[in-house]
Design a protein around this ligand. Sequence first.
Ligand SMILES: Cc1cc2nc3c(=O)[nH]c(=O)nc-3n(C[C@H](O)[C@H](O)[C@H](O)COP(=O)(O)OP(=O)(O)OC[C@H]3O[C@@H](n4cnc5c(N)ncnc54)[C@H](O)[C@@H]3O)c2cc1C
Length: 384
Amino acid sequence: MNNNPAGKPPGTDVDVVVIGAGQAGLSAAYHLRRSGLIPDRDFVLLDRAPRPGGAWQFRWPSLTYGKVHGMHALPGMELTGADPDRPSAEVIGEYFTAYEAAFGLRVHRPVEVSAVREGQAGRLRIETSERVWNARALISATGTWDRPFWPRYPGQETFRGRQLHTANYPGPEEFAGQRVVVVGGGASGTQHLMEIARVAAQTTWVTRRPPVFREGEFTEDWGRAAVARVEERVRRGLPPESVVSVTALPVNDAIREARESGVLDRLPMFDRVTPDGVAWNDGRPPVPADVILWATGFRPAIEHLAPLRLREPGGGIRLDGTRVTQDARIHLVGYGPSASTIGANRAGRTAVREVLRVLARGRSAGTEATEARAAARTTAAAPA
Ligand SMILES: Cc1cc2nc3c(=O)[nH]c(=O)nc-3n(C[C@H](O)[C@H](O)[C@H](O)COP(=O)(O)OP(=O)(O)OC[C@H]3O[C@@H](n4cnc5c(N)ncnc54)[C@H](O)[C@@H]3O)c2cc1C
């Protein structure tokens, strides 16, 4: 196989490349550094976003720090004293900035990884907007934000109003006086609705399945059960569900109030979009709309791995822990069961532990090969 396509630069060798400087990538970089690897010598951390903060930097201003559920601090540095009324984009952006500086992580940004291919001498060839890297191990921590999922419904292209996704949600102000349909039964959908209902002329909530609300504290058992369910899918090579989507919606005072006032009365998914709104085939009246807001989630941003053909027939990448079953050099962190701030932290640590083993094996194989070559030279040079 020609692993170094003609005309392409040969690239720079490095032990480990980490793609993505969100929670998962920073956790991995922290553990690499702690194990003695030096940034920009032994590993590089690449991120396509313009600033520190991972996906948080792009979240809408009304998603204040007080509204995020359970943001776990990165390993080795607490996030303390944050004002719950400030946008989480700012709070977490500043925290990540301080974190990168404190541990000298030297993030290369904005650097986009376009493709990872089989390289030469057992290395992975990582093609980026900056240069090519040849790595012995790869930790891919690219999250989901860059791949918003838009379902397709008949007539969608005929709609005369505005359609947008959570990924472009600007906050509620722009919807003042409008009729808004929010699609999706997750945490984002409910948050959008509760904000927009205060200013809109009318809101309508549609979800594929009846949403499941859950009273009471988020317990560890509850979290563990959700993670186990996603883990099982990933072990079977199926596309992961998001952990948040399988944990049910925690009921707080705001949700309770919204349910009582009817803001969270939900309709089943519509069958089609019309030029003026949405419509069902079961005889219920159509709902006119100026805006359809798709709060329909995200998919893993892993297109850069496509040349390696890691996808299983089930459509997902099969993992054992964080390690890609088909290729022990590659780890996915913040993917599937580790797509939460606590999961991302743990996955970073697990991945590094295994990557160090790959590097150690490579080194001893390299040493053996060098010794064998030296022995062969000695034998050849020896007088007969
Ligand atoms: C609206 C919303 C709210 C959430 N709230 C919570 C919450 O309250 N608590 C919680 O635990 N979890 C929450 N989550 C889940 C949350 O996203 C994760 O917990 C965690 O922040 C994800 O971290 P990450 O490092 O995996 O991904 P990200 O933060 O998305 O970081 C990935 C990084 O990789 C970069 N990248 C992607 N592709 C490439 C490429 N090809 N080349 C170079 N760089 C690339 C991106 O630019 C980004 O900086 C929420 C998710 C959403 C969508």
